[in-house]
Design a binder for this molecule. Sequence first.
Ligand SMILES: [Zn+2]
Length: 469
Amino acid sequence: MSAEPGLEAIYERYADLFDAEAFQATAPPGDGGADGEGIDLRAYLREFLAIGIEGHRTRALQDRYLEAESRAVARVDGETIPYRELPVRVRRAEGREHRAALEDARLGVVERTLNPILEDSIGIVHGVAEELLGTSYDRYCERLAGIDFEALQSEADRLLEKTRDVHEDLLDWFVRRHLPGVRREDLETHDLARLLYGEPYRDRFPGGELVDRLTGPVRAMGIDPTAEGRIEFDLEDRAAKTPRAFCASVRVPDEVKLVLRPYGGYDDYVTFLHELGHALHFGYVQADLPMEYRRLGDNGVTEGYAMTFDHLMHLAPFLRKVVGMGEVEEFLRFQAFRDLVMVRRYCAKLGYERSLHRKGPGPGRSDEYVERLSEATGARAPDRLWLEDVDPHFYCVRYLRAWMLAGAMHRELRERFDDDWFVNPAAGPFLLDLFGLGQALPADALARERLAVERLDFGPLLEMIRERI
Ligand SMILES: [Zn+2]
């Protein structure tokens, strides 16, 4: 396996695909529109090409970024630590001073090495938006996706408003309980990361036989977790392997790889279940669908299935039957808290990222990042992350819609197949039928047509969170 990223070479091999001419040739009739209407094969293809053009123009920067990220090391308290290991080390550090030193070292690398590359990249993709659609980057992403960002922002703002008090109460409770010596008003992002690591619950998640244990329910639903060999699990511990888990859909549905580097505890469970949701979705897409429906379209859908699976960890019967946990109440409360922090964080990110792309990088943006993220999470966000904590091409939009979709999925699955739907053989065909569609329908249309949801919103998710606190 190669240690070089090599993106540049790949983009050069397919350079013909990634030019403005190919993009203009795929303009859908009526130009897509931002209301979800008129989305068709060409709109999906056009968005794919636009992302490809951005990738092509930034290919050298992407290689530089990946290389810098994999080579960077930091010296903390006499120890040399690879940059990529720092987030895990931060979460694991119990002593606050050492944790702060690890975080400072991580942010130092971000500021010195990564931010300059990211700032150049933003300039380039803003230029692509101007060239291809003659508009700002946020408007361009919105039009290509056919998703109304303004409406989503209103939903996100409503969630932030509606959950402010309950988030504050839970944060107080967990800080007092699990972060002795840290005052609520001094809370920093690295403290929150430590809190969400869930140290007190870690020994309740046995590390052995992770795949067998977590694919058990899938088999009980009558679904082959390998999709007749199309899905391959790679959980091997290799030194050069990225610590980030992912699902690679090499050819949909024929070749799907779930890659994870387990490091113990419940994170592995959540991550494996998330990637399993992706893998099953891609592995069971109908092979005869057009390529655009099999692998392009609204990634809020595949993220929604992934979150449907990782939210199994919010179900008491799952924790009892599959994880083998006895007392589940406090852990469920912790899960609700964790989910709430994450979804609030993404709500704030959407507002921040729209502002960043509309106004462009410059003075004031890092302050705005700190203000919005600190307010949403209750922990002071570091200004040095103002570029690194930005999702390429507004992927935060897909996650927010995925949260909504996963909430609706859980409600529907529970209504149809009871609380322990995840071991109900009747639930299997229902899920396989949805997976078969690929991403032919965007998340909102899917919820309307298949889950009897009038309008996709955070309602079912918040209901699920409230039940557990
Ligand atoms: Zn995902």
